[in-house]
Design a protein around this ligand. Structure first.
Ligand code: GLU
Length: 309
């Protein structure tokens, strides 16, 4: 179903766009530095099919950290929650997403949650399959099912750019390997992880994934249960407690919906029982969240009482 342009969303985008000048595009992954900081777009996907949007929603963005929620859902289905949470915790950190600090002080050296890089690397390590290629294809197939878009794939340029510069993530992997939390070849795991982060799609696909989480794992279009309700619940809970980096508390108070952001400027939101949201605004605040995207959600949440609290 085509996405209808919405005057209400257009007005909110114009208002929120003013904040893009206070943000900065991520450039620690060199290929992400090419994004236009002034971009801002949004799509909302309702359970009964229709979609509304504003801005350039055809533009593709890489998932980056948004992929962490999806790989978590896949791994929970692959291995069950008891196994997964033996290796990764459930607590927010209050530290930046790529911090190594807590790993050193925690005994055992188990990452605090699956939304920080250390935890996400452990989750990616747990994706089942005989080879990197097979594990990656399983993740892509799952995402194609969630979006109902068989063309979803990854951006080779962004994956390569991150792979070549992922010194901090390499350090996290070696630390995890030393402490026997992972046991695979670090370069192989990084190959898989950087491809996972470079999976790309437009805001509409992002909103479609959001609506599946919002509807407890049911694809509202095909009516299929794509993931068990309990797994959708666990993922949404992590989105609330740690989905917006170390700004998750403020986000819960001001906006109050499960959401996950990525350093590409994407935000995937799931308003329980109501709709899914996909946002792209590459200018980031100092915590790594889309600065105008957060403003846009703040305006939307106030206007339509979206907070679940
Ligand atoms: N690929 C990015 C990294 O590991 C993801 C970070 C993010 O979006 O928060 O650094």
């Amino acid at each position: 179903m085509p996405c209808q342009s919405s005057d209400e969303l257009k007005a909110l985008v114009i208002e929120a766009k003013k904040y893009t000048k206070d943000g900065k595009v991520a450039d620690y992954i060199p290929a992400l530095g090419k994004a236009n900081p002034k971009d801002l777009s949004i799509a909302i996907h309702y359970p009964d099919g229709p979609c509304i949007s504003a801005g350039d929603i055809e533009r593709k963005i890489t998932l980056q950290s948004i992929s962490k929620v999806i790989s978590l859902a896949l791994v929970l289905m692959d291995r069950g929650s008891d196994y997964v949470f033996d290796y990764v915790g459930m607590e927010p950190t209050g530290d930046p997403f790529n911090s190594i600090a807590k790993l050193e002080t925690m005994i055992p050296a188990k990452p605090l949650n699956p939304m920080i890089n250390a935890g996400a690397l452990v989750v990616t390590h747990m994706i089942k399959g005989k080879s990197i290629e097979e594990r990656f294809q399983r993740l892509v197939s799952f995402i194609r099912e969630l979006t109902n878009d068989p063309t979803v794939n990854y951006c080779e340029e962004v994956a390569r750019s991150e792979f070549e510069t992922a010194h901090l993530n390499r350090a996290l992997c070696y630390f995890l390997k030393q402490h026997k939390i992972i046991d695979e070849d670090v370069e192989q795991l990084l190959d898989l992880y950087t491809k996972q982060c470079a999976i790309e799609m437009n805001c509409l696909d992002l909103a479609k994934i959001g609506v599946v989480f919002a509807m407890d794992g049911v694809d509202p279009v095909s009516r299929r249960q794509i993931m068990p309700p309990d797994i959708a619940r666990i993922c949404k809970t992590f989105m609330v407690t740690c989905g917006m980096y170390n700004a998750s508390g403020e986000f819960a108070i001001k906006i109050g919906i499960p959401a996950k952001s990525g350093v590409s400027g994407g935000i995937m939101g799931a308003v329980p029982g109501r709709f899914g949201i996909g946002i792209f605004g590459p200018a980031l605040d100092e915590k790594g969240n889309s600065i105008a995207g957060i403003k846009l959600l703040e305006l939307l949440s106030a206007k339509h009482s979206l907070s679940m609290f």
